[in-house]
Design a protein around this ligand. Structure first.
Ligand code: ADP
Ligand code: MG
Length: 879
């Protein structure tokens, strides 16, 4: 046996091996040490290997899922090795034969299908990444394939912004080639994620087409559209990995669907975190935008809502289709009826995936039955609605796709009460299969005979308390208390009763008759189970034969759920339909923050925002938002970003009206001080992120900057904020909201024609500050810091002293200093336009020489920065 173990383990060196022995999965050697530590289970020993004890631990098969869950969550991979034959068959081959075993599946984080291992509210994506070999001067491009094995979704895309894509998908597992894994440029990103590096063959471009086509059993992959080489390689990597982990089993994967690049709004990880889209900065779902807008009633609906919110669209026509559907649903009378019918629909897609992989149980068949019925009924309800918009009409058609005969067949076949596992039996309804009914009758009849036998034995022995019992070791046996045991062991009764076991209080016997009966019962029960398992296979085959139809119906149920949920949200929270087009407008009237308004006891003060291009201009504006602490600046910034996100998701928005020229990218950053308070970040990170925005934001982007420059000394911070605004205004020309506590910046409005000062109003009343949360044109005249400090309960003496100091400082008047500065400095444009650089040859030689002299391994970050400046200066010398 150990030989067999060592051989199988050698073939799966990167996995913990779950080696099936009877009712346990055992782990040996180092695996046992790792697992016992990770799972908190006892480490024991079994036999010797090369003269040393073999460490061992094990988990019972009924609880295997639970332990698998823990191991996967801790980043382990597990190879499940099962017995491929009955131990009896092995014995037939010879007394010393070992039961045939082999690995039937690799359990990895990205290939899970069990409900107990999955989060019902999230897609679990397996993502494959490939990269073009970047030639000098060309941008690196990535091909991405992502699939959710538990639902069968499969998508492809190309991108040059891998970080934003991964932030959107939140993969369960990422596969990359060893080479890419070792790439220093990607390491900082990949190190933080669940990555499995794999050999080159998995990512081989030359065989990609063939592997993908053979997985889907098609002659060529042209059926999937014109795939780029990158997409093809990524897709092939995904299916190869699925084949390797599922070992002969095929999940019901849909053919890959291409997502055009730029089809979704790019939102990088920092922006997602800042806006608290999927979870709050503290990592909780509650308090996130997703949970604030969620009114779905099914797990599949919630997953779709989350996926849509994570990837808002950029095509106004596609957005309009979704909004039309919400609009119709909003007016539809039977919305609540639809929703209550939806609520009882099970998770069709995941049940289907388990059945297709041979991991399904009777309850999965029941889920298909109930889901298909719900689909039929909902299709009928939908057709009651008068004019269906496209999205709902398509849904209604898909809901009708699965053959209704299958749901009926399942209804006939399945019993009312269903066991968790098919091996438990008893899930086929009486009257469904004649042969099964007969065998069950035989089994039950024999059980009655056992009962009669007990009565007869009690009579014959005069032991009234004699019982016939059953356990897994002895099978059926006769049991009497110790005091009667003697009598049964003495003549004449010992002719009938054969002693088997003496316990503290009882003695156990068997009889020839009981043995025969037992064999009859066991074989009838075995046969009954055998028939049930055949029926299970047949039903499963019928279900998986229409897998594509079932998935289409499942998706439509989710679409219906999301649509009805968004309509319900709009009705409850007074959201309006946004107008989304290809222009560059950004005009929100009476906008609100979707999360804050629901959390607030007091009424939320609605605010306008108009970043649309001024009448004589073609690009959008910048709002410079000032106002004291706690006035509502951050809330205002975020609410406008969220209104755009919701609009492009296809949801109504919390506003009186909203007109938005579709965004291509959304950026949101918070000054380092805020982040530092959460222990997350430093000024350096703030600057790196600001740099990313200035390099990437286009005229179509929306940029939200909240007190950038706060994490450093005043003049540094002011200067950086100043230069950043100028760059956004002159070069990026994107619609921007910029909150700042540097009042000096308001002077910029005089010079930058598309910059508008707005302020969040506060009122002073009897020496106290009152927050009005109202955004109006103009600049805050004072910062009210002292008033806020007083509100916070600083001692009166400190407040008085602070007022004195402030008065002194104000005499110096930094604002007028800034005005002067602005008049003296050349216009931003004059400094920002890149001057025609030196020829590559001259500068190149100098720079290359300087580079060769550097030794990065021995430099401090500061020295590195200085060296960089020195290099930069070398290029400038050539001007
Ligand atoms: P700032 O960024 O100016 O310091 P915040 O945006 O963090 O202020 O807002 C502070 C608090 O004021 C919020 O937590 C919220 O409770 C409240 N608030 C902000 N905006 C509004 C509003 N428009 N209506 C009602 N309350 C608001
Ligand atoms: Mg703030």
């Amino acid at each position: 046996m150990m030989e067999q173990y060592v051989e199988i383990k050698a073939a799966n060196p990167d996995c913990l091996l779950f080696y099936r022995m009877g009712d346990f999965y055992e782990l040996f050697f180092q695996d046992a040490e790792i697992a016992s530590h990770a799972l908190g289970i006892v480490l024991t020993k079994r036999g010797k290997h090369l003269g040393k004890d073999i460490p061992m631990c094990g988990v019972p098969i009924e609880r295997a899922d639970e332990y698998l869950h823990k191991l996967i969550a801790q980043g382990h991979r597990v190879a499940v090795c099962d017995q491929l034959e009955d131990p009896a068959e092995a014995k037939k081959r010879g007394a010393k034969s070992v039961v045939r075993r082999d690995v039937v599946r690799l359990v990895t984080p990205g290939t899970l299908t069990e409900d107990s291992l999955l989060d019902a509210t999230r897609n679990n994506y397996l993502v494959a990444i490939v990269r073009t070999r970047a030639s000098v001067g060309e941008r690196t491009r990535f091909g991405l394939a992502f699939l959710d094995m538990s639902t069968g979704e499969f998508h492809l895309t190309e991108s040059d912004n891998i970080a934003a894509e991964l932030a959107r998908l939140e993969p369960g597992e990422i596969i990359v080639s060893d080479a890419l894994y070792g790439d220093p440029e990607l390491a900082p990103l990949l190190r933080t994620l669940p990555v499995t590096p794999l050999g080159r063959d998995v990512f081989d471009g030359a065989t990609a087409e063939r592997r993908l086509a053979s997985f889907f059993a098609v002659a060529t992959t042209q059926a999937f559209g014109a795939l780029s080489r990158l997409e093809l390689a990524a897709a092939a990597a995904c299916v190869t990995y699925v084949e390797r982990t599922q070992i002969g089993r095929r999940p019901p994967l849909s053919p890959p669907v291409r997502e055009a690049e730029g089809a979704t709004l790019a939102i990088d990880a920092a922006t997602r975190a800042n806006l608290e889209l999927m979870r709050t900065l503290a990592g909780e779902t509650r308090g996130s935008v997703l949970s604030a807008i969620d009114r779905t009633v099914t797990a599949a609906g919630f997953r779709l809502l989350a996926a849509r919110l994570a990837a808002p669209l950029t095509d106004p026509d596609a957005i309009a289709l979704r909004l039309d559907a919400v609009d119709t649903m909003l007016g539809a009378a039977p919305r609540s009826e639809l929703r209550s019918r939806l609520a009882s629909a099970p998770d069709l897609a995941r049940a289907l995936a388990r059945l297709a992989l041979g991991r399904g149980g009777p309850r999965d068949l029941a889920a298909i039955r109930d889901g298909l019925r719900a689909a039929q009924e909902l299709a009928a309800r939908l057709s009651d609605l008068a004019a269906l918009p496209d999205e709902l009409r398509d849904a209604a058609v898909a809901l009708r796709r699965p053959d209704p005969a299958i749901a009926e067949e399942l209804a006939r076949a399945l019993a009312d009460e269903l066991p968790a596992f098919r091996r438990d039996g008893g899930f086929v309804r009486a009257d469904y299969d004649a042969a099964l009914d007969d065998t069950r009758a035989l089994r039950d009849e024999s059980r009655r005979v056992v009962a009669a036998l007990q009565a007869r034995y009690a009579d014959e022995t005069q032991v009234r308390a004699l019982k016939i019992r059953h356990n897994n070791v002895l099978g059926y046996f006769v049991e009497v208390t110790a005091q009667h045991g003697e009598r049964l062991m003495a003549a004449p009764l010992n002719k009938t009763f054969i002693h088997r076991q003496t316990l503290a209080g009882q003695v156990r016997f068997t009889t020839t008759e009981l043995g025969e009966l037992e064999a009859r019962i066991a074989s009838a029960a075995d046969r009954a189970l055998g028939i049930e398992l055949e029926i299970f296979e047949a039903l499963t085959a019928r279900v998986t034969a229409i897998a594509e139809d079932i998935k289409a119906a499942a998706h439509s149920l989710a679409v219906l759920d999301v649509t009805a949920a968004l309509a319900t949200l709009a009705a409850d929270q007074r959201y309006v339909r946004p107008q989304v087009d290809r222009g560059l407008a950004f005009a929100i009237e009476g906008g609100r923050h979707p999360v804050v308004e629901q959390a607030l006891a007091a009424p939320f003060v609605a605010n306008n925002c108009d970043l649309s291009p001024p009448t004589d201009k073609t690009v959008g504006r910048i709002y410079l938002v000032t106002g004291p602490n706690m006035a509502g600046k951050s809330t205002y910034l975020r609410q406008n970003a969220l209104i755009a996100v919701l609009a492009q998701t296809g949801s109504f928005v919390p506003a009186r009206s909203a007109k938005i020229g579709v965004l291509d990218r959304l950026f949101s950053r918070v000054g380092a001080a805020d982040d530092l308070a959460r222990g997350r970040s430093t000024f350096m990170v703030e600057m790196v992120e600001t740099a990313a925005i200035l390099n990437q934001a286009s005229e179509r982007s929306l940029v939200i900057l909240d007190e950038i420059g706060r994490g450093t000394a005043t003049f540094d911070g002011l200067s950086i904020a100043w230069a950043t605004i100028e760059h956004l205004h002159e070069t990026n020309r994107c619609r921007t909201l910029f909150a700042t506590h540097f009042h000096e910046l308001t002077a910029l409005a005089a010079k930058l024609d598309r910059l508008t000062n707005v302020t969040v109003r506060v009122k002073e009343w009897q020496g106290e500050v009152v927050f009005l949360h109202e955004v109006t044109a103009g600049a805050a005249d004072r910062s009210y810091g002292i008033a806020v400090a007083k509100l916070a309960g600083l001692p009166a003496a400190v407040i008085e002293r602070a007022k004195l100091i402030l008065a002194e400082l104000e005499a110096e008047d930094r604002t007028s200093h800034a005005r002067r500065l602005m008049d003296d400095l050349p216009l931003f444009a004059a400094t920002a336009r890149p001057s025609p650089g030196p020829s590559l040859d001259e500068a190149g030689n100098l720079v290359i020489a300087a580079l060769a002299a550097l030794n990065p391994d021995e430099m401090s970050p500061r020295q590195a920065i200085e060296a960089l400046y020195a290099l930069k200066a070398k290029t400038a010398e050539q001007d």
